[in-house]
Design a protein around this ligand. Structure first.
Ligand code: FPP
Length: 229
C-alpha cells in the first residue's frame, strides 16, 4: 500500500516523561514541543500532505493554571518562531478547536500568525487546541439544523473543522494508552490505528517510520470483501 496522505498524532506522555526524570511536567511539554517540530519536519520531508496533531483537548483546559500557563508560553514561541520556517517550506499551518477558551493574546497571536502561512501548497499542518471531537460534531449538527440543511456523510464531513482535508489514513497515539480520547471521532472511521508504548518526547522519526511501515502493510478494505476471499 502507498504512503498515508493524512496522519494524525495524539501526543501523549509528556508529563510521565518529565516525572521519570524528576522534572516538572512543564519540562515534559518543552521536550514534547522539540519532538513535535522534528516529527513534523520528517513527515513533510517524506511527502505526506497532511498532519494533524492533538496538542490540547477541551478537557485539558481544566489542568492547573501553572501547567496551562507553561503551555501557553510554548504556543507563543511556536506560533511566532515557526511561521517563517513553515511559510518558506510551503506548509499551511492551521488550528482547530475553541481558541476563545485561551487567553485573548494567545488566541489572537495564533489567528494572526497562522493566516501568514495561508496558501502553502506543499502540505497542511493542523494543531488541535481546546479541541473536542464531540463538540465539533455537535456544532456542525447545530449549523446544519440552523441552515435547514439535510446532510450526507460527505457534506457533514465538510462542515467539521477538518473539512476539506484528505481522509484520515493513520492515527497514532503515543504514551501507552489505547484510546482515542475525543479526537477526530468522525474522521477516524476508517483510519488505521497505531499505538506506541513510547512517551511522546521519546517517539523518534524512526518510530514514526515504523508506524508508516505498518500502515503500508495493512490491508484496508473499508468494509468491503476483496475478490478472492
Ligand atoms: C499530553 O501529555 C500532552 C499535552 C496535554 C500537551 C502536548 C503539548 C505539546 C507536545 C507541546 C505543544 C506545543 C505546541 C506549540 C502545539 P500529558 O501531559 O497528558 O502526559 P501524561 O499522560 O504523561 O501526564
Amino acid at each position: 500500500m502507498s504512503l498515508p496522505r493524512h496522519i494524525a498524532i495524539i501526543m501523549d506522555g509528556n508529563g510521565r516523561w518529565a516525572k521519570r526524570r524528576l522534572l516538572p511536567r512543564t519540562a515534559g511539554h518543552r521536550a514534547g514541543l522539540k519532538r513535535m517540530i522534528s516529527l513534523t519536519d520528517h513527515i513533510f520531508a517524506r511527502g505526506i500532505e497532511c498532519c494533524t496533531l492533538f496538542a490540547l483537548s477541551a478537557e485539558n483546559l481544566s489542568r492547573p493554571e501553572e501547567e496551562l500557563n507553561a503551555l501557553y508560553g510554548l504556543f507563543r514561541v511556536y506560533f511566532t518562531e515557526q511561521i517563517p520556517v513553515l511559510r518558506e517550506r510551503g506548509i499551511t499551518l492551521r488550528v482547530i478547536g475553541e481558541l476563545s477558551l485561551l487567553p485573548a493574546d494567545v488566541a489572537s497571536l495564533i489567528g494572526e500568525n497562522t493566516a501568514k502561512t495561508a496558501g502553502g501548497e506543499k502540505g497542511t499542518l493542523t494543531v488541535a487546541i481546546g479541541y473536542g471531537a464531540r463538540q465539533d460534531i455537535v456544532s456542525a449538527c447545530n449549523r446544519a439544523v440552523r441552515e435547514g440543511r439535510e446532510v450526507t456523510p460527505e457534506t457533514f464531513a465538510s462542515m467539521l473543522s477538518t473539512g476539506g482535508m484528505p481522509e484520515l489514513d493513520l492515527l497514532i497515539r503515543t504514551g501507552k494508552e489505547k484510546r482515542v480520547s475525543n479526537f477526530l471521532l468522525y474522521e477516524a472511521a476508517y483510519a488505521e490505528l497505531y499505538f506506541s508504548e513510547k512517551l511522546f518526547p521519546d517517539f523518534t522519526a524512526r518510530d514514526l517510520d515504523r508506524a508508516i511501515g505498518e500502515f503500508e502493510k495493512r490491508e484496508r478494505r473499508f468494509g468491503r470483501i476483496d475478490a478472492g476471499r
